[in-house]
Design a protein around this ligand. Structure first.
Ligand code: G3I
Length: 363
């Protein structure tokens, strides 16, 4: 049994556990868990986790029961690790990695290199200094967790058409200093330090048939072909899977696109799965049903590809979804709160949970 008290965190001022671990393959009600359904489908199932969860034992119990893998939501991001040039703040990530290990869970590191959310001090450096920080960051961070992570999102979101860069690249300190070569440099350096983590290129928006999805898919495929042609250690492609049903999508077409990377010998991970319900009815029950139907339609399409080896939700409960902050900013007067995840804001199952289990078991 895993006690609640074994999730000891340094920076987080409370002693927490991953909850009482339910009997393998069943939760308190004896139902099949998401992790168990995932295992029968040959999938690793999990969710991202951040420090807000540590103050909510009921939420931590969900991770204990329902997941086989967790992704660090912010703890391993550059801006959280490096509040200043000389400091590395590892407490949050260390707490997650050691607790997950004690609970027999795997960990995804997210994300080593991202041109977004760069701290001010990094943006002020010269190109040469940025390159030095880049190499040092990978050396120190990958070195610290070598052998401890299932996989790394080595580079997150390399493309962003809205930045109007030639080739559709996302702009930011790494791209500005090194151009597109930063991607190969990150993977090669990470591979030289951690020989076991599966090195992943993680991208957003590709699931949609909208302007952004259509703009990102071709350069992403070219980048992957270029990396593989150079024998760069790339093991998986991560598709974030933040579904946007308010925009055009053809999930069968996306499944064919994703499957083309399997032909290149890569695994496919769905790394940040949730369903934006902003365009669905105000009625909560109808909205949650529409989320479940959308999630099932997507999973039924993409799980046809045998190379899909992982499904990770971006948090587990609506209460901790990133959409809450987005809605607070974009619709401050709205009485609704988003419901994009398998559990509601009181950690009770949403219809999406059953839909996901159904899709896993139907694989
Ligand atoms: O916890 C602090 C809080 O103490 C403080 O008062 C508050 C003040 O702003 O900040 C809180 O931290 C916020 C953190 O989320 C909470 O976990 C940060 O400001 C906020 O920037 C951070 O946003 C995260 C964002 O990435 C940027 O790192 C979101 O939680 C996270 O869900 C989001 O995740 C991204 C993936 O990394 C990449 N794919 C898209 C996805 C959604 O945007």
């Amino acid at each position: 049994m895993i006690s609640r008290r074994n999730f000891v965190s340094g920076a987080i001022p409370t002693v927490l556990g991953l909850g009482a671990m339910a009997a393998p393959g069943a939760n308190a009600a004896g139902e099949m868990t998401l992790a168990e359904a995932g295992r029968t489908a040959g999938l690793l199932y999990g969710a991202s986790i951040s420090e807000e969860a540590f103050a909510d034992p009921d939420y931590l119990d969900l991770y204990a029961r329902e997941t086989d893998i967790v992704t660090t939501d912010v703890a391993l991001k550059f801006d959280w690790l490096r509040p200043s040039p000389a400091r590395f703040e590892f407490e949050r990530a260390d707490a997650i990695v050691s607790a997950a290990k004690r609970s027999g869970k795997l960990v995804r590191g997210h994300t080593l290199i991202w041109n977004d959310n760069a701290p001010e001090w990094l943006r002020r450096l010269s190109g040469r200094e940025v390159e030095r920080v880049f190499d040092e960051h990978i050396e120190v961070v990958v070195g610290r967790y070598a052998g401890k992570l299932h996989s790394w999102d080595v580079v997150n979101e390399p493309f962003w058409p809205m930045d109007r860069q030639k080739g559709g690249w996302r702009n930011g300190p790494w791209f500005a200093a090194m151009g597109p070569s930063y991607v190969e440099r990150a993977f090669s350096r990470a591979a030289s330090i951690d020989k076991t983590a599966k090195l992943t290129l993680n991208e957003a928006q590709c699931e949609g048939n909208h302007e952004w999805g259509r703009a990102i898919r071709p350069p992403l495929a070219r980048l992957i072909d270029d990396l593989l042609a150079k024998d760069v250690s790339l093991h998986a492609v991560g598709f974030q899977s933040h579904l946007q049903p308010q925009w055009p999508a053809n999930y069968l077409e996306f499944a064919d696109y994703a499957a083309s990377f399997a032909a290149r010998g890569l695994e496919i991970y769905l790394t940040e799965f949730d369903v934006n319900d902003q365009s669905f009815p105000d009625d909560s029950a109808a909205r949650k049903t529409a989320v479940a139907e959308t999630g099932a339609k997507f999973l039924n399409a993409i799980l046809r590809a045998p190379a899909v080896k992982m499904v990770v939700n971006w948090q587990l409960s609506d209460r901790y979804s990133w959409y809450r902050e987005l809605w607070r900013r974009n619709a401050p007067t709205s009485q609704r709160s988003p419901s994009p995840l398998p559990f509601d804001d009181r950690c009770r199952p949403n219809p999406l949970r059953a839909a996901m289990i159904g899709s896993f078991l139907a694989r």
